[in-house]
Ligand binder design. Structure first.
Ligand SMILES: Cc1ncc(COP(=O)(O)O)c(C=O)c1O
Length: 442
């Protein structure tokens, strides 16, 4: 029964799967049993091209030797070290290496175990920072409609995906939301940053003055919104948010859980868009998705605000049993080595023009109402079937999987984010397979 190739619907009951149509899945399970570089292998022995880097996380491709070896070695050397009042050297080595690739001035790192925990950590840092500075009246957090910031209470409160919020009561108080920037009637089929919608950032000023700026702690946005179906920031939008935050002493938080570690062709989106936030949230690509780990970057100004009071006192009452865990740190260090040796943190910039051209070549396929892209991210928005939202894209997902291609769908949008090692011929394979699905199957 434990043989991974011998699973039948009869023994799939116990695992309540996350963000999954459980009943549909368990009738016709889709199981991976192995992976290498750009391909998964299914339980029935088929190869599936990974056009989603797992879940936006396997940026260096699968089962990369250096990462595998680092984890093996670490498991036999130091399995665990307490994270509170004690440490191990790799956690520090990693933090230094991370600071080196981060935007200038992001000099300190807090560790977590996931994107969701990174979000909670960032929001707590923001609130506590203002309090440490004597501005405890700043308790409000501002997110954005259609934003995704993980699934914990802070994250769903500032997040703006209705299905992820509506079942869970009152959420955090003191939260408001910017409007989203999806303007298909003006921006459909834009390559890169849309022309229209930059002015929507000015809504921040309206919201901030409505509540009084002295009550606002932080604004949190994904530089490129991923989970909602890939929304690229309109021209000027992020710079305007920065300006308004600076004007009113509000912290700007970039949730870079999907854009971090090379997705756009720079280590972080903050560098790509040349906008410096006060806090950067990361996870996923930090360890190539192999071991759960997140990292939250903060400026020296934020860090230093906490460094007062008696030296024997804890400065920030927050952390996790697994913060900076030795196995995760080893995996992250080997991941950074792999990124560096193979130039993966900037490779998306070289591939982006080819990627864009191939992606937009699907414009003539049936039901395609928008295509958008940046770096090695692409989205194809499909016209929903009347009365049956999400069904058309889900059908495409199932068909693509049968045809040996892993895509991700959200609503009626197909989102693509392949490992950054993808070759041009694999890009061709991806879009040939996807064209076939779109032309024949949906
Ligand atoms: C922007 C963003 N923030 C947070 C998260 C949550 O990360 P995790 O699933 O690791 O908790 C995600 C996951 O997709 C994300 O895309």
């Amino acid at each position: 029964m434990s043989d991974s190739t011998n699973v039948t619907p009869n023994n799939l009951d116990a695992f309540w799967m996350p963000f999954t149509a459980n009943r549909q899945f368990k009738k016709a399970p889709r199981m991976f049993v192995a992976a290498k570089d750009m391909y998964y292998t299914t339980a029935d022995g088929r190869k599936v091209l990974d056009a989603t880097a797992g879940l936006w996380c396997v940026n260096a491709g699968h089962c990369r030797p250096k990462i595998v070896e680092a984890i093996r070695k670490q498991a036999g050397e130091l399995d665990y070290a307490p994270a509170f009042q004690l440490a191990h050297p790799k956690a520090f080595e990693l933090a230094n290496r991370l600071v080196d690739i981060a935007p200038e001035g992001m000099n300190h790192v807090l560790y977590t175990n996931s994107g969701s925990e990174s979000v909670e950590t960032a929001l707590k840092v923001a609130l506590a920072y203002h309090r440490a500075k004597g501005e405890g009246s700043r308790f409000r957090l501002i997110g954005r409609e259609r934003g995704y910031h993980g699934v914990n209470f802070g994250g769903i409160s500032v997040g703006g995906i209705v299905a992820n919020r509506k079942m869970f009561g009152t959420l955090l108080t003191g939260v408001d939301h910017l409007p989203h920037t999806h303007l298909p009637e003006k921006n459909a089929f834009t390559k890169g940053q849309p022309e229209h919608g930059g002015d929507l950032a000015s809504e921040l000023e309206r919201i901030v003055t409505l509540h009084d700026p002295s009550t606002v702690a932080a604004v949190i946005v994904e530089p490129v919104a991923g989970s909602t179906g890939v929304l690229i920031p309109p021209k000027g939008y992020l710079k305007k948010l920065r300006e308004i935050c600076t004007k009113y002493g509000i912290l700007l938080v970039f949730d870079e859980v999907i854009t971090g570690y090379g997705r756009l062709g720079t280590p972080f989106a903050a560098q790509y868009y040349d906008v410096k936030p006060d806090i950067i949230i990361t996870a996923k690509g930090l360890t190539n998705g192999v071991i759960p780990m997140g990292a939250v970057f903060v400026t020296s100004a934020i860090h230093d605000a906490f460094m007062s009071g008696p030296e024997h006192m804890i400065e920030f009452f927050h952390g996790y049993t697994y913060s900076g865990n030795p196995m995760a740190s080893a995996a992250a260090l080997a991941t950074l080595d792999t990124y560096k040796e193979e130039g993966l943190l900037t490779r998306a910039a070289e591939l982006a023009p080819y990627w864009e051209e191939q992606l937009h070549s699907l414009r003539d396929c049936p039901y395609v109402i928008d295509i958008r892209n940046t770096g090695l991210i692409g989205a194809i928005e499909l016209e929903p079937i009347a009365g049956e939202p999400t069904k058309r894209a889900f059908t495409a997902f199932l068909k693509a999987y049968e045809d040996g291609l892993l895509i991700r769908t959200t609503g009626d949008i197909i989102a693509l984010s392949p490992p950054l090692i993808i070759s041009k011929s694999e890009i061709d394979e991806l879009f040939e397979k996807l064209r076939k699905v779109l032309m024949n199957s949906i």
